[in-house]
Ligand binder design. Structure first.
Ligand SMILES: NC(=O)c1ccc[n+]([C@@H]2O[C@H](COP(=O)([O-])OP(=O)(O)OC[C@H]3O[C@@H](n4cnc5c(N)ncnc54)[C@H](O)[C@@H]3O)[C@@H](O)[C@H]2O)c1
Length: 624
């Protein structure tokens, strides 16, 4: 006869050692806006449970205080001994429960209500014992859940953490009849070598049947290590945004507008990238500006500090070929990409004249290239763009991009476009005149590529012992970095998946760059950003300390800063992160390295969101 199950025991006495970084008792860790234990209680309530015994550690007042108002009959049981974990909890419940009940851990985040599954398969209220198992072990491969189960025909045949062959994992949710509860207590008292419930089941299954209840939800997270904590947080974020649109359902049920004509706007463009030492000296031997644009006016935008040795010679060569070319100089550095500078330049260019076949040719570092690209993408709604990057940073990274843009008052690159250059011409020899500071600054983006994507590049940078300005060395670094960038953006044009590796260190980096009033170069800021990101990754348990140390070592080797300047507070950084393009749904998101050469990822996600307190801790850890 089936008896309605209205009682449950929630085990909440564990210390949650592996989640110590969060400094909160594990059952009270908030995930998706509510604590883990409240997720469990909510599911129990929805499955018709009225009475709950919560087993807590002796003297744990925090949980009592937090759960005092929860709308179920809750009784707290203080566990006297914690040596045998769940088994001791079962003993402490002897004489308190005389009806069937569930026993559940309090650290699971599940997509489906597990207690309803016990009812649906007829185990609840009728069988003697049952355990929830998941046959799809891939769902939980990183969580550390390791009690293996061999189940057949709805019955558990074996259960142990050391089974050589198994087909399911134990989820830590069980059903007990009063008879089974008595047996477990008797056995626990008689045989002190039995130290866990799975061990009890091993003995119990020799005489009695333990039913296996199959968990058929599409996700389950055993939140016992930081990684699963983050995954569960991401998962619930997704669920909530799907749920918050009750109205979304209605909206999708509306009819589509009738289509009269279809406009396909997929535009395929190919950018030629040339990497050749000294090519700029022989530029008049090549078709730089497309021949069909021969009669159009063209505009060079050049950094004023390199005009004499790069801007002017290139202008002369193009003029000697008969092209009509105007030259506009901009101030060096970040000034080149202010919104005011954009307004001034576009007026100047329009005054001199352009047509649809005109091109903008940028000559300079990343800031001049960003400005040139944005001008090209907006003037006449898009004219040709040719990029001649002249710093390591722009040759390795900024120019190898479809992103063009200028700075807004509150942060970097806030106004911009996606626009493909016609040509990118990289002459590594231009860097011979570069200050040591800018060589280091540029190498920061290559170091970033090494940490986030390319271990070969990391090894090259780590192992190199010669002069930083050696052209052979720089060329090999450049080639690898360019190939990496091309590969990632070809796969992910709009940089929201794998190409996010290119933004490693940039969330904190942009904040430092902006907050320092651009006193730090872009690469220097990214270097600091990588250090803070590595600290955050370590705090969240994503990488080990060795990865953080490797960051510090390599950044110091190339004379790059990695400490956050003390004048910038964690609050300043938190505030500035709001202006990062990866800030959405009220939270900043970070690309984080898990091991050298790769970033943390989960299915389609490449970014991690986390609470402000961890961000502050990471900033504070990076002051020295
Ligand atoms: N669009 C993108 O995907 C992307 C990617 C990375 C960086 N960026 C942007 O790039 C900018 C940083 O670029 P950058 O580091 O090249 O800075 P930059 O353009 O400010 O140049 C750095 C310094 O080098 C000098 N310089 C340039 N070429 C030189 C040469 N050949 N010899 C001697 N001195 C030279 C400049 O005058 C300047 O003082 C930032 O604004 C950043 O946001 C954009």
């Amino acid at each position: 006869m089936t008896q309605k199950v209205d009682t449950a025991v929630v085990l909440a006495a564990g210390k949650g050692k592996r989640l110590d970084v969060f400094e909160t008792p594990k059952p009270l860790l908030k995930i998706g806006g509510k604590s883990l234990i409240v997720h469990t209680l909510d599911n129990l309530k929805k499955a018709g449970i009225k009475n709950v015994f919560i087993v807590i550690r002796k003297g744990d007042f925090v949980q009592k205080r937090e759960l005092i108002d929860y709308p179920l009959n809750i009784e707290f049981i203080e566990q006297t001994s914690g040596r045998r974990g769940m088994l001791d909890s079962m003993l402490s419940l002897e004489g308190k429960i005389d009806k069937p009940f569930y026993v559940t851990v309090s650290d699971l985040i599940l997509s489906h209500n597990p207690y309803k599954m016990f009812v649906d398969c007829g185990v609840a209220g009728s069988a003697d014992t049952g355990a929830l198992v998941c046959f799809d072990s891939r769902q939980n491969k990183e969580s550390g859940a390791n009690t293996k189960v061999l189940a057949r025909d709805g019955v558990i045949r074996e259960i142990s953490s050391r089974l050589p062959s198994y087909n399911a994992l134990d989820l830590g949710i069980y059903y007990f009849s009063p008879k089974a509860h008595k047996s477990i207590c008797a056995l626990a008292k008689k045989d002190k070598t039995i130290s866990s419930v799975p061990q009890f089941f091993v003995v119990y299954s020799q005489k009695e049947k333990i039913r296996s209840v199959e968990y058929s939800g599409d996700a389950w997270f055993d939140v016992n290590i930081p990684k699963t904590f983050i995954r569960a947080e991401l998962y619930l974020g997704e669920e909530n945004s799907a749920e918050s649109g009750e109205s979304k359902k209605e909206r999708t049920s509306l009819k589509n507008l009738p289509k009269t004509v279809l406009l396909h706007n997929k535009k395929e463009t190919v950018t030629d990238i040339t990497v050749k030492r000294n090519i700029l000296e022989r530029l008049d031997e090549y078709e730089v500006i497309p021949s069909e644009s021969y009669n159009s006016p063209h505009h060079i935008i050049v950094d004023e500090s390199i005009d004499s040795f790069l801007g002017k010679p290139i202008l002369d060569k193009l003029l000697s070929l008969g092209y009509k070319v105007y030259k506009h100089t901009v101030k060096a550095g970040e000034n080149a990409k202010s919104i005011n500078s954009y307004v001034k330049l576009s007026e100047e260019i329009l005054n001199k004249g352009i047509d649809k076949k005109s091109t903008i040719i940028s000559i300079g570092g990343g800031s001049v290239k960003d400005m040139g690209g944005f001008l090209a993408s907006t003037l006449y709604r898009g004219i040709g763009f040719i990029s001649i990057p002249t710093t390591i940073l722009s040759q390795a990274d900024a120019a190898i991009a479809l992103k063009q843009g200028v700075n807004g008052g509150d942060g970097k690159n806030l106004i911009g476009s996606w626009y493909a250059p016609l040509k990118i011409i990289v002459d590594p020899a231009t860097i011979l005149k570069l200050d040591e500071r800018w060589v280091s600054d540029g190498l920061a983006e290559c170091i970033k590529q090494g940490f986030a994507y390319d271990k070969k590049l990391y090894n090259l940078l780590k192992g190199y012992k010669g002069d930083m300005k050696d052209l052979d060395f720089l060329e090999s670094v450049l080639k690898l970095a360019i190939e990496d960038k091309v590969r990632t953006i070809e796969e992910d044009l709009h940089e929201d998946k794998i190409a996010l590796v290119n933004q490693y260190g940039h969330e904190f980096g942009h904040a430092v760059e902006h907050l320092s009033g651009y006193a730090y170069g872009h690469g220097e800021s990214v270097a600091i950003g990588m250090r803070v990101s590595a600290e955050l990754s370590y705090i969240l348990g994503i990488c080990d300390r060795g990865v953080v140390d490797a960051h510090i070592e390599l950044l110091e080797k190339y004379n790059l800063p990695h400490q956050v300047p003390k004048v910038i507070s964690p609050e300043d950084i938190l505030n500035s992160l709001k202006y990062n393009k990866k800030y959405y749904s009220g939270e900043p998101r970070f690309v984080l390295v898990d091991k050298i050469g790769s970033v943390w990822r989960d299915k389609t996600y490449y970014t991690v969101n986390c609470r402000d307190e961890f961000i502050k801790q990471a900033v504070e850890a990076s002051y020295n």
